[in-house]
Design a protein around this ligand. Structure first.
Ligand code: 13P
Ligand code: SF4
Length: 323
């Protein structure tokens, strides 16, 4: 399992008051780039050199000439950066920042599932471990999954893993029959359909926008469905003054920055919890980001044979996305 980033001997005294400045200084010293996902806390988004969705982040990781990549996201994202950059130091501020969706698909079980479906091509959502990527033919993200499946010949049978909700959405959009691994994201499966409908009644001008990791019961109320970057773009372009946002609530920071005159309402979860915040993403903090750069750890590593096998399907995705 992963080790934690903040060891008990790393006391609060060793953290400077002006973290923003200290991080900027370390960035220059290390020739580092900070890549952040939209689900990171606002301070991290504000200090990042690049903020994006999973596709944008992997494209940036593939093209950067920095020596060190500091990945403010979750493990599978930093792992993808390392697969693309074996000779760079890739840091993840908290190695415990995993993903329930990636965890729902262990490579040993998936290898059996794949063996039970011979003649199937494996398309895997990027939210999976390097071990699953190594067993896949093409990787996709939420922004290119439909495009990727559409370019596969129609008579080719396909396994889609690990997200059954995204898989179902791709089936609807492409009219294809996919064999789905039954994984889900713990954040996107908790939205309350009833509360969203109540919000629509209270805010008749609001549009519902949703990430395709949401369940069908939520997606059927959506005026627009897309990846985090696509949702952000939609909010800027739509004439609607209000949005009910069915994805991790961290993205509201960018939405409010980019469209300050509009109102963004986070879609409520079933219970009275903050379950629309990803507990894995939120393990990263500005303090841990600083410490990871100062100590050049925790570093992402993996066996070379897995890295090489995982690289091919990622490269295929990047090639198709560039067309
Ligand atoms: P995107 O970044 O592709 O929108 O996916 C969201 C997500 O769940 C990342 O963990
Ligand atoms: Fe994984 Fe869901 Fe968190 Fe994204 S939001 S990192 S899919 S648990």
């Amino acid at each position: 399992m992963f080790a934690t980033a903040l060891k008990s001997n790393q006391t609060i005294e060793s953290i400077p008051k002006d973290l923003f400045n200290a991080i900027e200084t370390l960035k220059k010293e290390l020739n580092a780039i900070i890549l952040a996902h939209y689900y990171q806390e606002p301070d991290i988004q504000d200090i990042a050199d690049y903020i994006g969705d999973s596709l944008g982040l992997s494209q940036k990781a593939a093209s950067t000439d920095a020596d060190v990549i500091v990945f403010a996201g979750v493990h599978f994202m930093a792992e993808t950066a390392k697969i693309l950059n074996p000779n760079k130091l890739v840091l993840l501020p908290d190695l415990e920042a995993g993903c329930s969706l990636a965890d729902s698909c262990p490579p040993e079980e998936f290898a059996k599932f794949k063996a039970a479906h011979p003649d199937h091509l494996v398309v895997s959502y990027i939210n999976c471990s390097a071990g699953i990527k190594a067993l896949s033919d093409i990787i996709c993200t939420s922004s290119n999954s439909v495009k990727i499946v559409n370019q596969i010949p129609r008579d080719q049978r396909i396994i889609f893993a690990p997200d059954k909700n995204l898989g179902r959405y791709v089936m609807e959009q492409t009219g294809r029959d996919l064999v789905l691994w039954q994984g889900t994201c713990m954040v996107h499966e908790i939205f309350s359909e009833k509360k969203i409908v109540q919000l629509q009644v209270q805010h008749p001008e609001a549009e519902v926008i949703a990430h395709p990791e949401c369940e069908t019961s939520i997606l059927r109320h959506a005026n627009y469905i897309g990846s985090t970057t696509a949702l952000l773009k939609y909010c800027q372009e739509s004439t609607s003054p209000e949005f009910i946002v069915a994805t991790e609530s961290g993205i509201l920071h960018q939405m409010e920055k980019q469209a300050p005159n509009k109102t963004f309402i986070p879609a409520p979860p079933e219970g009275n919890c903050a379950c629309n915040e990803c507990p894995h993403m939120r393990l990263n903090t500005l303090e841990k980001l600083y410490l990871s750069m100062k100590n050049r750890t925790p570093e992402i590593t993996m066996p070379e044979d897995i890295r090489v096998a995982a690289l091919k399907p990622i490269q295929k995705m990047l090639e198709i996305s560039a067309r």
